[in-house]
Design a protein around this ligand. Structure first.
Ligand code: ARG
Length: 469
């Protein structure tokens, strides 16, 4: 990786406009943080991220606890004002999400992830990668560094529209531990901010950079990844960052891996559809060769190539299923407005991905993450394929409906207020137009925020059922 151009800001960005916050920060000048990217899930702002290479983004692993399917994520580079379409703004797709293998969801230890882009990014005035701290070692407490992001302006507050930055000092490990709790702060983390509070990162800033400047070369180095905190900007509660220098070996190893040593991605398989027959055949062979390593040691060559083929086809089918489910999700988009009015995206960002994950794990019990357990692998694939085709058949009717017919409008929801059940749901009669047709059906709906969203999946499902007849 060339270190010549890393960590340099656009020449014209040497000012900041006071106003707004990360928490207690300032509006950044456009192009100030050319390595900062925005991560969106289904179009919603979720996290920050950092360009560390032409094809690689670094971010926090916890950003993917709700959904780690590459299809649903987008990377925006050159972003500045979320409300305006900037000329430097580009939307990129993710080929592969690699969360740190030792990331602990409970403790947030090793909260770091690498995202491989489907195409390398073009470097420009407002889009550049940051320097990795290969050799800068530990920086002393008190070193002033920078955080930036589009996250909340205060605890539980709204997200920022315009990129916000703040200057924060690094804190020593013992200060950090006594502020936040000895057991909670591991050596893979560090704190930055003020014990007096006020200046801090906040929700939505996760995965974004904490960068420090090399006083000699004036280049910016990535020292931390925004990870967690106790509230935002509270006195005595500095922000916690993943300690990037501790992960340098892991990062370099992942970035350097040869193409043949990684599992082919859904994007790789998807590209096959654009190829001519002959080229496609050789590409399939090339991609599938990866699965050779899962042939049990004593298997003969024919059996082994059959095993490779099955494994590879299993992965291809899994990708097709992913595309299919995404289409299903797209079908639900017409009701998004309705959910948006209710002020929450959790239905799209949590309920549906969870539902999909369940489908995945039921269909592929011994695949995916558990590839290494090849003992059970091959027989289960046929079974999986059967399940996939059953599911495809079952839902064929959805795919054959023209998209424009798939709007859903609620007309009336009559609730029997005396019918509250133990889950807090009420009996209701729902009247809605689905794809232009009036549907009336009985359902259970929640009336409080939380129970309302939980009940929505069922209501939409029931409404969709109407399309079948
Ligand atoms: N976990 C948060 C997120 O997902 C980041 C919180 C940072 N909090 C703090 N007080 N520094 O966006």
């Amino acid at each position: 990786m060339s270190n010549v151009t890393c960590g340099q800001k656009a020449a014209t960005t040497n000012y900041t406009v006071a106003m707004g916050r990360i928490v207690g920060g300032n509006r950044a000048a456009p192009g100030s943080w050319p390595w900062l990217v925005l991560l969106k899930l289904n179009g919603n702002v979720m996290c920050g991220g950092v360009l560390v290479h032409h094809s690689w983004i670094m971010t926090a692993a916890h950003c993917f606890t709700g959904n780690r399917n590459e299809n649903y994520w987008q990377v925006v580079v050159g972003e500045y004002d979320l409300k305006k379409q900037g000329t430097e703004e580009r939307i990129l797709q993710i080929n592969r999400i690699i969360t740190h293998p030792k990331f602990n969801q409970r403790t947030f230890n090793n909260d770091i992830a690498l995202l491989e882009l489907t195409v390398p990014i073009a470097i420009s005035e407002h889009v550049n990668f940051v320097c990795l701290p290969e050799s800068i070692g530990e920086l002393p407490p008190g070193t002033m560094c920078y955080i930036a992001g589009w996250g909340s302006l205060y605890e539980d507050g709204p997200y920022a529209d315009v990129l916000i930055e703040a200057k924060v000092p690094l804190l020593g490990q013992s200060t950090c531990r006594s502020a936040l709790g000895k057991e909670l702060v591991t050596s893979q983390m560090f704190c930055a901010g003020y014990l007096s509070g006020n200046v801090d990162s906040c929700q939505g800033d996760s995965g974004g950079p904490l960068t420090c400047i090399d006083p000699v070369s004036k280049q910016y180095y990535l020292y931390g990844i925004t990870s967690w905190g106790d509230g935002c900007g509270q006195p005595g509660k500095p922000g916690v960052y993943s300690r990037v220098p501790s992960f340098i070996n892991w990062i370099n190893n992942e970035i350097k891996k040869s193409p043949g040593s990684r599992e082919p991605t859904c994007f790789d398989f998807h590209k096959l559809s654009e190829m001519q027959d002959a080229q496609r055949k050789s590409e399939v062979t090339r991609l599938c060769a990866f699965y050779h390593r899962f042939c049990p040691p004593l298997l003969g060559p024919t059996a082994c190539s059959r095993c490779i083929e099955e494994k590879c086809r299993g992965k291809m089918k899994k990708c097709q299923l992913g595309t299919f489910l995404q289409k299903l999700l797209d079908l639900l988009h017409p009701v998004e407005e309705f959910i948006r009015i209710r002020d929450s995206f959790s239905f799209f960002t949590e309920t549906i991905p969870k539902f999909m994950e369940n489908i995945y794990t039921n269909i592929f019990p011994s695949q995916g993450q558990h590839l290494a357990k090849h003992e059970k692998g091959c027989q289960s694939i046929n079974e999986s394929l059967l399940n996939v085709s059953l599911l495809m058949d079952e839902y064929k009717w959805i795919l054959s409906i023209p998209i424009e017919k798939l709007s859903m409008r609620f007309q009336e929801v009559l609730v029997d207020m005396t019918s509250k059940n133990e889950k807090g749901l009420f009996k209701a009669r729902v009247k809605a137009t689905v794809g232009g047709r009036l549907a009336t059906f009985n359902s259970l709906v929640g009336l409080e925020n939380d129970s309302f969203y939980r009940s929505m999946a069922r209501v939409i499902g029931q409404a969709l059922d109407v399309l079948q007849t």
